[in-house]
Write a protein that binds this ligand. Sequence first.
Ligand SMILES: [Ca+2]
Length: 474
Amino acid sequence: MYMRPVRILAAIAIAIGFSSCSLGFPGQAHGTIVIGLPGAPGARPLTNAWPMGGMPVFSRITVTVSGSGMATITADFDPGSPTMELDVPIGDSRIVTVTAVPDWEATAEVYVEAALPTLVTAYSATDDVAVESGRTTQVSLRLSVGGSKILVPLSTYSGGGMFTWSGTGLADSLAIETLQTSSINSVTEDSFFTFDRYGHLYVSSGSAVQVYTDPDQDPVTVDFATSIFDVAWSDEDNRLYGYYDGDGCNLHYVNLDDDSVVEVGEPEGYGFSSGGVAVDSEGQVYAIAYDQDYYVDYVIKITPGTPMEGSASSSIVRSASLESLGLGQMVSGEGEPYFEPFAIEDLAIRDDVLYIAASDINSDQYSSSLKSRGMVVSVSCDTLSRRWTAGWSGTDNDFPTNPASQFYGPRRFVAIAPRKLYVIDDGFSWSGSSGNLVDVDRVVELDTGTGAITGTGLSGSSDFYYDFSDIYVC
Ligand SMILES: [Ca+2]
């Protein structure tokens, strides 16, 4: 049942730390932008799991405007404002970003007994607009999940390659020492996470996906009827994609409007390969595939065709070799040097940028080239060209030389925040002399703008997916 918000908030925008005469450059011409937020997160129901009918109650709305030749403007607005207005120096490309922080306690007073997506810590939206002198530019931004709690799949290593899985812990930040508990229990080494724009969390588990709104309540099940690992939700067509890359690889989706399952075929000339799946805002799908002539691995961008009787073809839009993206390295052997790709662990898309987590690990105790390292590569969805590479220790270093800014083995994307991504880093360190390898388990924070690692933490809060501490090197 919809009730009026219990808190009536003044409808006047309050710009904090901003006045039109103190920013920008002397004599610079200005225009006005008016920001509207149509389309409420949570407006779309998902198989009776989402009774909430509109916007959550926000505790804070922050707008930033940036671009060349201007000082970045940051302004906080009263969450009750129906519109938000700012005076901005003119320019062809002004990046407008809105971040809205939900107050779930206040929201619960408005939507009594509703399951609320309390994993969400921020909704956000961004757009690029031209601002002309003396003119008013309307900016319509569609909010979607922009921040979440950090998901920590909990495993304990019991030796002999065996793990005990005990659910999912939650953290507000990397610094936290005691994880919050949740009801997200159906997690194993084959589980992957994704959010939709409203804040429902999708967790793969065998041939099903558990969908959590409130992480303390029972999930709704989406059934793929076939095993899947990585999952990705499509805003364009309300599909949930599931990728299997165990014994063979295949791609399916469930149409969440009618629960029908469709298998998506490989594009002509390609075969799906180990990696994961991601979907952009236009509903185009990204995966890893090899070409059938030369068996070279690519990131492919495909458009699924019209489904017929449970299957759909796909056509290739664009491809980029893993070599062109730096997702591997040249190896010299007896013959010609050849390119050896790293292990692609997870794919994710945010604001139409693709993020690829890749590891390069060798833990064979008899090998002369032990290594534990990796990278996250950021790729433009438009061009499939590389934007940046994060956390790489360098070709000549088998282990991080600076663990505060380099990966041991990125495995999963487990949270987002404004301008941030969180990645599980699971690998090992080694003293270089005889002894056991030392397991490394932590969560790493990345700046999505620069690719800089801006934090590490939650060390040892879980053993995650692999354990190397049994391995003794002579
Ligand atoms: Ca581990």
